[in-house]
Ligand binder design. Structure first.
Ligand code: NAD
Length: 264
């Protein structure tokens, strides 16, 4: 028996990183997964690997309203219902606030914040029609405390925590629980741009990777960066019945990092 037997779960940003690990874990736990991403080749390859009984890839830009309508229709056609959503897609841009171009600020808001809102708005009625279920939003450590040079990103992740609380209140009566994961630093292409640029000088990449390891060894009480599989296990807990009395909460998964700077 899997923890998600019979469930149909939509996962955004599922082509790589945390979303990919969530797709793999959820499918292994018996779910059928609908994978949405702008990375068509990688998303389609993952769906093919998981198999047509288990997975479908749908091209989805989370910031585009029409894409959500198309995803909901494709999910209904493939699997007949939707009873869970993981809003995972996100982008990160580094810039001082005073140097951030308006277009960049708006782009981060469009994907991280509006994308999460559009996902809830498009999918919650489907989940309600299926008799209830779950939504897991992906916020961040930067959604709970300040972090210099990621102003747009931190603003959106605070907003995702707020959306999570409001959605939990509004959707509880329809049997929908809504929670958020708040990862610290996790080893994915988002935090490791060198992995996306294999043509970079290997010696420079190795040196950068050593510097990053050293940074996290000092910053994080558990002494290392997180793994995307670890975030996927938290998302599984919040999607499955083990969290049946849990809603409206942000869950920090950061190796203890925030404990040292807690604003609460
Ligand atoms: N990696 C970290 O340290 C970290 C920490 C805290 C929170 N997060 C959050 O976790 C989530 C997953 O990040 P990740 O680390 O796996 O990064 P990643 O860059 O490896 O993966 C993000 C995925 O989202 C997809 N995506 C981007 N824009 C999209 C759009 N407009 N529509 C649909 N898909 C889109 C990308 O194509 C990619 O597949 C993000 O919301 C991110 O902000 C990551």
């Amino acid at each position: 028996m899997g923890k998600l037997d019979g469930r149909v779960i939509v996962i955004t940003g599922a082509a790589r990183g945390q979303g990919e690990q969530e797709a793999r874990l959820f499918a292994a736990e018996g779910a059928r997964v609908v994978l949405g991403d702008v990375l068509e080749e990688e998303g389609a390859a993952l769906a093919a690997e998981l198999g047509p009984e288990r997975a479908r890839f749908v091209r989805l830009d989370v910031a585009v309203e029409e894409d959500w309508a198309a995803l909901v229709a494709a999910a209904a056609e493939a699997f007949g219902k939707i009873d869970g959503l993981v809003n995972n897609a996100g982008i990160l841009r580094f810039n001082a606030l005073v140097d951030t171009p308006l277009a960049e600020f708006r782009q981060v808001l469009d994907v991280n914040q509006t994308g999460c809102f559009l996902g809830i708005r498009a999918v919650a009625p489907e989940i309600a029609a299926a008799g209830g279920g779950t939504i897991v939003n992906t916020a961040s450590y930067a959604g709970l405390t300040g972090m210099a040079f990621v102003g747009a990103y931190a603003a959106t992740k605070h907003a995702v925590v707020g959306l999570t609380r409001v959605a939990a209140l509004e959707l509880a009566s329809q049997g929908i629980r809504v929670n958020a994961v708040c990862p610290g630093a996790v080893d994915t292409p988002m935090t490791n741009p060198a992995a996306l640029n294999p043509s970079a000088d290997p010696a420079a990449s190795a040196e950068a990777a050593r510097a990053v390891d050293e940074l996290y060894r000092k910053l994080v009480p558990l002494g290392r960066i997180g793994r995307p599989e670890e975030v996927a296990r938290l998302a599984l807990f919040l999607t499955g019945e083990d969290s049946s009395y849990v809603t409206g909460q942000p869950f920090v998964i950061d190796g203890g990092w925030l404990a040292g700077v807690s604003p609460f």
